[in-house]
Design a protein around this ligand. Structure first.
Ligand SMILES: *[C@@H]1O[C@H](CO)[C@@H](O)[C@H](O)[C@H]1NC(C)=O
Length: 197
């Protein structure tokens, strides 16, 4: 569970486990990559949000996020949106699943739940209340406070160093349960290193 927190944190930070420090370095400066091999109808982060007013800056404390994003995903307000995060580990050239994954079959109901990962790294920093719009209202701005993405976490087991990616997907269903023609999939790639003290 804690490992997801690390990967989703959009930057580079230290965590302590069993006396060791680990550092996550996000591979892509743009942070969000497209999902490889995604089928027709699959859009990346830019199919979900217009990021042109969003920016990140990195320093030794981590990554500072500022600006706004605008919803662009063409779905209806009453649609049910599912959300999944899967953490994968690169082993001998192949992405292998890890035990870390999460799924919500109604993201809009839980988007402001305080104990959730996305609340900590995202929704708590939204300054306009979008609870009634969720991510289902094209044209609506998500106004972000400027914030430092910094998470301290206690990891109960030692981490394996190497290449990781979090695969994040949203799907939308109308009131008959029929899926909308487009879905969202994007990835955050990062490397986890053990830091020598
Ligand atoms: C974000 O949106 C608010 C409200 O529309 C605006 O005042 C602000 O300038 C925007 N910030 C950026 C970086 O575009």
């Amino acid at each position: 569970m804690e490992l997801q927190l690390i990967l989703l944190a959009v930057l580079s930070f230290l965590s302590h486990a069993n006396g060791a420090d680990y550092e996550l370095v996000v591979v892509d400066e743009d942070i969000f990559s497209s999902c490889p091999g995604a089928g027709p109808g699959t859009l990346d982060i830019h199919g979900l949000l217009d990021m042109s007013e969003f920016s990140t800056s990195m320093d030794s404390d981590g990554v500072t996020v500022s600006g706004n994003t605008t919803m662009v995903w063409d779905i209806e307000l009453e649609d049910r949106v599912t959300f999944s995060v899967n953490l994968l580990y690169l082993e001998r050239g192949t992405w292998k699943p890890t035990m870390f994954s999460l799924f919500s079959n109604d993201f809009c109901k839980v988007m402001y739940e305080k104990k959730q990962l996305w609340y900590k790294v995202w929704t708590q920093h939204i300054s306009n209340d979008i609870q009634d719009k969720c991510i289902n209202s094209p044209g609506t701005k998500i106004i972000l406070n400027t914030y430092l993405v910094k998470l301290t976490s206690s990891i109960s087991g030692p981490l394996r160093e190497g290449h990781y990616k979090a695969n994040i997907a949203f799907r939308a269903f109308d009131s008959y349960g029929v899926e909308r023609p487009t879905r969202i999939c994007y990835e955050i790639l990062g490397d986890i290193f053990k830091v020598t003290k």
